[in-house]
Each structure stands twice: as structure tokens, then as C-alpha cells.
Design a protein around this ligand. Sequence first.
Ligand SMILES: NC(=O)c1ccc[n+]([C@@H]2O[C@H](COP(=O)([O-])OP(=O)(O)OC[C@H]3O[C@@H](n4cnc5c(N)ncnc54)[C@H](OP(=O)(O)O)[C@@H]3O)[C@@H](O)[C@H]2O)c1
Length: 329
Amino acid sequence: MTTQTMKAITATGYGSPEVFQFTEVARPEPKADQILVKVVVSSATTADTMMRTGKPYIGRLFTGISKPKFPIPGTGFAGVVEAVGADVTTFQVGDRVFGESKLGFSANAEFVAIPESGVVLKMPDNMEFTEAASFADGHLTSYHFLHEIAKVSPGQKVLINGASGALGVSAIQLAKYFGAEVTAVCSQKNSGLVKSLGADYVIDYQVNDFTIADKQYDFIYDTIGKSSFKACQSVLTPTGTYLSPVLGFGLLLDMLKSSFGKGQKARFEATGANTSEVLLPMLQDVLEIFREGRLKTVIDRQFPLEKLADAHRYIDTGRKKGNVIIVHA
Ligand SMILES: NC(=O)c1ccc[n+]([C@@H]2O[C@H](COP(=O)([O-])OP(=O)(O)OC[C@H]3O[C@@H](n4cnc5c(N)ncnc54)[C@H](OP(=O)(O)O)[C@@H]3O)[C@@H](O)[C@H]2O)c1
């Protein structure tokens, strides 16, 4: 039997976007418990750019020490089920699905194989592939931080730093959904965007330092990790929490030190490190908020699959607004 092939991006090692090659590789065969998805749109995220560089080095314990264990990058996907394994019962050929391949990567390719019990759901009829592909980046991560960790409740004050990024644009909408008062920190050029998503107050980081103010917040969600627990302590309530999805030794130390006692806390978590059993119900909850019409996916730029390196170059500028998606031919 001849092996079927597919178009994919593969990384020859860790480094700049030049490590990417657009090439022909063997098409995955779904195992008995897997579905094979023909990818229509995949995502390119800031986290993907970190995986590409292999930095911080500690991440290589999961992604491969000298080169990527899984050479095809990308984790977010939306597409159509092409084939199902013998034991699969919940998906059928032709289903429109979206999800996240976690540390298996491989989404920036024509086809991706995903366990039926993985982070994958059927798409509602009113959902476009373009808005589904990056769902598990900003929406799922910010839901995890604001709902599961912070348990944000009505009337609480939440400040979102990096409000125009992928996690930030989701966080504004989710914090509003949970009934919070939202202050968004972004540059002047993105203030219209964050207001349109529901931010009550906007701070232009190029003019004002949000850590120097009289106001105090129950939660500071620093999506881009440009501030610190120490810098934010005077603008947190006495029992307030500094949350950041950006891994750093200082944050881990603050988290450990603040874990004792009842005062202010610092929190980091890697959402994708949770099991599919934990992530799937969260993704279902976020999808329900989308179905209610309370959550939009903000898309900045789209690139064809063969131009993934250009997508990464753009993300590397640090200027993207919301999400970058990869539209497959
Ligand atoms: N822990 C986890 O589970 C997890 C999951 C997913 C992602 N992440 C991490 O989360 C981080 C955020 O990713 P992202 O995609 O949301 O961010 P992003 O889109 O890469 O952030 C870019 C945005 O940040 C804004 N920005 C830059 N400097 C700023 C500053 N000093 N103050 C306020 N805004 C500023 C930029 O706006 P301007 O152009 O106006 O400056 C731009 O819109 C990444 O490090 C990613 O790896 C972690």
C-alpha cells in the first residue's frame, strides 16, 4: 500500500521563522481512538513562537531538548472530520470540529489526528472556521484564569494588562460576562477596540503607569507579563491577586511566597498542561458563552499555510491585535 502524503510546515530545529519549511510529509493515519481532521483554518499564537524558539529553555523538557519532538507546529485547529478510527463513537466523517492538539502540536498541516477524548468539539452551525481555530488560545486560557482560578464575580474590579492581545481581547469580554468592572491597559491605537469589547475604563500604557494610582483592583490579569506582582501590590486590594500566563522564575517565587497566609496572591498556570478531562468541560463552557453571542474572536491578520513563517514574523513584532490565523487552501 502506498503511503498517503499531505502538505505541512515542518521545523528543522529551534530558532527564527527560517526554521520552517513548507513540505510534503506522510499523512497521519487515525488510530482506533482517533479522528482525522482535514484542517480548514489553524492558529499561529505567541505561545507557538516561543515553542519555535525553544525558549525559555525549561519548555524543551516537554517539546524536545535539541529539536522539536513534533516537527509540525501549531496547536489550534478547525476543520472537517475526514476519517474516524474503529472505536470512535461521538464523531462522524463530515462533522465540523475545532480544538487544540496540546503538546502533540501538528495543526499547521493539511490533516491532524486527534484522540476522540481530546480537546475537540463539534462546531455550532453559526460558527465560522476562522473564529474557531484560535478558540483554545485566548478564550480558553482567559476563561481558565478568570473563571477557574480567580472565580471573578459580579462587581469585582479587574484590570487587564495587554488588553489588545489574544488573551486580552478574550479577557475583557469574559470579565464583563462575569459581571466585573473592567479596566483595559493598551496603547491609544487600540483603545477603540477594547472599548468596543466592553472595557469600562482604558489606560494608555504609553502615557500612564497603571501601577501608580489610587484605585485598587481585586484582580490584575497581566496577559503579557510585562509588569510584576511586586509592582502591582499597591494597586491590588489587600486580598487581591496578580495573575499572569507568562512563565518566569520571579513569578514562580512570588507564587510560592504568597501562597502562605490570607493576603495578596500571585498566580501562574500553564492552561495547556491540564488534562483533556479538565480542559474539555472548560471549552464547552466557553462555547456556551459564544453561543449566547457574548464572545467574539478578534482576528488581526490571516496568512496561507505556506506563509506560516511570515505569520510568526508578524507575531514576533509584539504588535498583533487579538489573533493571527492560518487559512489552509
Ligand atoms: N500560561 C498559559 O497557559 C498561556 C496560554 C496561552 C498564551 N500564553 C502566553 O500569554 C502571553 C500573551 O499572549 P497574547 O497572544 O495574548 O499576547 P500578544 O497578542 O502577543 O500581545 C501583543 C499585544 O500586547 C500589546 N502590548 C505590548 N506591550 C504592551 C505594554 N507594555 N502594555 C500593554 N500592552 C502591550 C500590544 O499592543 P501595542 O501594539 O499597542 O503595544 C499587542 O496588541 C504570551 O507570552 C503567551 O505565550 C500563556
